[in-house]
Design a binder for this molecule. Structure first.
Ligand code: SAH
Ligand code: SF4
Ligand code: F3S
Length: 466
C-alpha cells in the first residue's frame, strides 16, 4: 500500500468554493430546490447534512420529495450488493421524472462512485447522470455544480485524495442531537469489506477543531453528540499532538453536553484505558457498539479481524465490569466464504453468551476487489438465508432476555418523536441505547425526560414519567 498523506483543505480553497456558491446562486439556469437521498451509514447521513448546507449556501430550498426538486443528489453506499442495486434502481427511475421536469439535474456521490472503474461506467452506461463525484470531493460541490450548469456533458470527478475539510456549512437533520466526525477512512482491510477502498486511508481530525465544534453545539443547546468514524478507537493515529481516543473523550466529557455516544469501535483497538474512561465519565452514555462479525476463530482470522473469540469475550467482560448494565450492540455476518455449519454454530453461541440489546445481521456479499471475493467456497444463497433466519431468532430471544433487565428501572430518555403506534405517546432512546415509549406530546420532542420502565410489549420497552 503506497504511503498517502491526508490533504487538509485550506481556508483559501474553502473561500474559493464560497465564491463558486455565490456565482451559482446568481445564475439564471440554476436549480431552485434540492432533495438529498441518503443510503448507508451515519457517515453518509452526516455527509448529506454537509451537502444540504452547501446547497443552501447556493440559495436553494429543500424540496419535500425528489419529484418536487430541480436538483436531486443521491449519496450512495456500496457496502453490500443490495445497497448498490437499490441506489442504481432509484437513480434510473429518476430518468422518468425528468421527462416531466426537463430542467431536473441528477447528481450521484458517495461510496459507490468512489469504486474503481465506476467513473467510466457512469459516463458509458448512465449518461443521464449530470454530475458524479467521489467521497473525497464533497467539499467541492459548489465548483462542480457551477461546472455542470455551464456544460452540456456529464461532469464526473473522482479523485483518490484523503481530504479533511473543516468548517463546511452543515444543515442538521435534528436540532437536539448532532454528529461530529472525528476520523475518516479505514486502514483495517477486513477481507470482506469495501470501505477502505472507497473511504481512503485513516486520518484523524485535529482535536482542537473537534472540541471547538462540540463547544459550539453545546452553546446552541444540543443535548447529544455522536462521534463518527469507521474505527473511532484508533483515533489519533498520525497526529503530531499525540492525542488518542480515550483522551479525546475525557476532554469532550468536560464540555458539558449531557450525552456523548460514538461509533464504530473495532474490538482489537478497545484498550483498557478506554474502558477506564467510560467507567469514570459523566456524560459518555453507558452503551457500546462492538461489532463481533463472527464467533469462530478460523473465520475471524480469514476475515482479518485480528482478535479471537476469547479476546472479544474478555473485552465484553471488562466493559461490563467497568460499566454495569452497559448496553451492547453488534454487527454479524453469516455465509462468509467457507463457513461450515459448525463454525456458524459458534456465531449462534457467542450471541447467546453475550446477550446483545440489538444486532445488525448481514448475509455476506462479495465486493469486487476485496480479498474475500476471490476466496473459494462461496456459500450458496439458500444456506446463507437459512443461517441468517436462525441467527435472527437467536438474537431476538437473547434480546428479550437482555432487555428485561430494564423493567422497573429508571432511564433518562431523549425524546425523538411521537410513537409510531399512538399520537398520545412519544419515544426516544434511554442512556443505555434502547428505545422506550411512554405517554407524552409533541412538546416533549427534543427534551430529556425521566421515565420508569414498566413493561415490555412486542419487544418494545414501555414506561411512565417520574
Ligand atoms: N467500520 C465499521 C462498519 C463497517 S460497515 C466496523 O468496522 O464495524 C458496517 C457493517 O457492514 C460491518 O460491521 C459488517 O458487519 C457489514 N459488512 C461489511 N462488509 C460486508 C459485506 N461484504 N457483506 C456483508 N456485510 C458486510
Ligand atoms: Fe470495514 Fe473492517 Fe474497516 Fe469496519 S474496520 S470499515 S468492517 S475494513
Ligand atoms: Fe456504506 Fe460507505 Fe458507509 S460503503 S456503510 S456509506 S462508509
Amino acid at each position: 500500500m503506497a504511503e498517502r498523506k491526508p490533504v487538509h483543505i485550506t481556508k483559501e480553497q474553502l473561500a474559493e468554493q464560497r465564491g463558486y456558491a455565490a456565482e451559482v446562486s446568481a445564475m439564471e439556469n440554476r436549480p431552485r430546490s434540492y432533495h438529498v437521498v441518503t443510503y448507508g451509514c451515519q457517515m453518509n447521513a452526516h455527509d448529506s447534512e454537509k451537502l444540504s448546507g452547501m446547497l443552501r449556501q447556493m440559495g436553494m430550498e429543500e424540496a419535500p420529495t425528489r419529484e418536487d426538486a430541480d436538483f436531486v443528489i443521491f449519496n450512495t453506499c456500496c457496502v453490500r450488493d443490495n445497497a448498490e442495486r437499490r441506489a442504481l434502481g432509484n437513480v434510473t427511475w429518476l430518468k422518468e421524472v425528468r421527462k416531466k421536469n426537463p430542467n431536473l439535474i441528477i447528481a450521484v456521490c458517495g461510496c459507490m462512485i468512489q469504486q474503481p472503474g465506476m467513473a467510466e461506467k457512469i459516463l458509458k452506461q448512465y449518461k443521464f447522470i449530470d454530475l458524479a463525484f467521489g467521497t473525497s470531493n464533497l467539499w467541492r460541490l459548489p465548483e462542480l455544480l457551477h461546472r455542470t450548469l455551464r456544460s452540456d456533458r456529464s461532469v464526473v470527478v473522482v479523485e483518490e485524495e484523503d481530504s479533511i475539510a473543516e468548517d463546511l456549512p452543515v444543515q442538521r437533520l435534528r436540532q437536539d442531537a448532532a454528529y461530529i466526525t472525528i476520523m475518516y477512512g479505514c486502514d483495517n482491510f477486513c477481507s470482506y469489506c469495501i470501505v477502505p477502498y472507497v473511504r481512503g486511508r485513516e486520518r484523524s481530525r485535529d482535536p482542537e477543531a473537534i472540541l471547538r465544534e462540540a463547544r459550539e453545539l453545546h452553546a446552541s443547546g444540543v443535548k447529544e453528540i455522536m462521534l463518527l468514524g469507521q474505527n473511532v478507537n484508533s483515533y489519533g493515529k498520525g497526529l503530531e499532538c499525540g492525542m488518542n481516543f480515550p483522551e479525546l473523550l475525557r476532554r469532550l466529557d468536560e464540555v458539558g453536553i449531557p450525552r456523548i455516544r460514538f461509533m464504530t469501535s473495532h474490538p482489537k483497538d478497545l484498550s483498557d484505558e478506554l474502558i477506564e474512561v467510560l467507567g469514570q465519565s459523566k456524560h459518555i452514555l453507558p452503551q457500546f457498539h462492538l461489532p463481533v462479525q463472527h464467533g469462530n476463530d478460523e473465520i475471524l482470522r480469514r476475515m482479518n479481524r485480528r482478535y479471537t473469540r476469547e479476546q472479544y469475550l474478555d473485552k465484553v467482560r471488562k466493559l461490563r465490569q467497568a460499566v454495569p448494565g452497559i448496553g451492547l450492540t453488534t454487527d454479524i455476518i453469516v455465509g462468509f466464504p467457507g463457513e461450515t455449519e459448525e463454525q456458524f454454530l459458534d456465531t449462534l453461541s457467542i450471541v447467546e453468551e453475550v446477550g446483545y440489546d440489538s444486532a445488525f445481521t448481514f448475509i455476506y456479499s462479495p465486493r469486487t476487489g476485496t480479498v474475500a471475493a476471490s476466496m473459494e467456497d462461496q456459500i450458496p444463497e439458500d444456506v446463507a438465508t437459512d443461517r441468517i433466519k436462525r441467527l435472527i431468532a437467536a438474537q431476538e430471544a437473547g434480546q428479550k432476555k437482555a432487555m428485561s433487565r430494564f423493567i422497573g428501572s429508571e432511564e433518562e430518555v431523549l425524546v425523538e418523536g411521537l410513537s409510531r403506534r399512538s399520537d398520545k405517546a412519544v419515544s426516544g432512546h434511554g442512556r443505555h441505547g434502547v428505545s422506550i415509549t411512554f405517554p407524552g406530546t409533541e412538546s416533549d420532542i427534543g427534551q430529556i425526560v425521566r421515565v420508569r420502565v414498566t413493561e415490555m410489549k412486542n419487544n418494545t420497552l414501555m414506561g411512565e414519567r417520574i
